[in-house]
Design a binder for this molecule. Sequence first.
Ligand SMILES: *Cc1c(COP(=O)(O)O)cnc(C)c1O
Length: 407
Amino acid sequence: MQSYILHLECSKTGVIYPVDQIHNLSDDGMPLLVRYDLKKIKEELSKDSWCMESAPGFWRYQALLPVSNAASRISLGEVITPLIPLKKSSDVLGGKQGNIIVKDEGRLPTGSFKARGLALAVSMAHQFGLKHLAIPTNGNAGAALAAYARQANIKATVFCPDDTPKVNVQEIQLQGADTYLVNGLINDCGKIVLEGRERAGWFDVSTLKEPYRIEGKKTMGFELTEQMNWTLPDAIFYPTGGGTGLIGMWKAFAELKELGWLTGKLPKMIAIQSTGCAPIVNAFDQGLEHAPLWDNAQTVASGIRVPAAIGDFLILDAIRQSDGCALAVEDEHIINVRDMISKEDGLLLCPEGAATAAGYQIALEKKIINEDEKAVLFNCASGLKYPMPDSNQTIDKNSVIEYSQFA
Ligand SMILES: *Cc1c(COP(=O)(O)O)cnc(C)c1O
């Protein structure tokens, strides 16, 4: 299987690292980015021929992915996730029908887009012969690691905050990972994973602390470009935790631009966070390069409860370069919007996905975008993985049923 991977590069200093070694962060403690031989790709492939049609889902972008050993391509049946325009709910949000489009990532294996990143991280771990992987998670990353690691026959150990949605924790455990609840937040779990590297002998697959999850996440950018026929939307609303997806998509667009295949204006990248945990919004508003730790992080959108992100400067760079911004939304707003879209259009978003729709409303109000512009909202997980309102209407089968009540 051909890979055009050239080398890895420190995202801060540009120092180059070889591809045939196992890496976590650069020597400067910064995320490493994968670079490809774009010149050679341009010579050998074209915009119409670069995809591997026979491969499932995002594996079609093999030419711009790092896996070179076919036996190390660990797959659980990935799909190209659909674009679903909002209908009636779009009127409620204040946009025009057809202009608010949800990319529903909940259709991927393990029900979230973490499958993209962890599929790549686990495949590369398999290619390097790693035997034990560990991860801190708010739920979805742990589930994706557990599933792909089992598929690859690699041991996985997972640490989640003890208030992670129960179904997520159960899913992780059932999919064969050693699963632990920690009385803290994801950064506390991250510390345990980091400290255990030598003593427990595992490899740390935390967000951006190994180079390949971002390569998986960037496929969202490739997919979107292909699905929208090489004309990107005016804005992308992305629920931002560690920011891998936002940084990844920005990297994908840059690669396609450099290849000369993607022309025209790139979307405004709009990072959405919760008012209960908004370090990136805070740093964006204050013009900072890095985001200070957010104290007492709390939100129903557990996937974006990330008080400190190692790639904060990369998130902020992408937002600024794209002429985008960062917005915070209230938890109550998130849940109201989730319930509304579900009731109006039958599309059940996860709270993080609903946060992007709430963020869209705020962006309209603040005139960051207008209703004639096309916006893509990322629904990053299946709404089924989160608590939902109870159902409380009952029928007594032994009484006379008043059928007029159903009219
Ligand atoms: C992980 C996660 C996010 C945040 O993704 P990043 O790319 O790490 O910022 C958002 N929503 C859900 C459902 C997630 O699981």
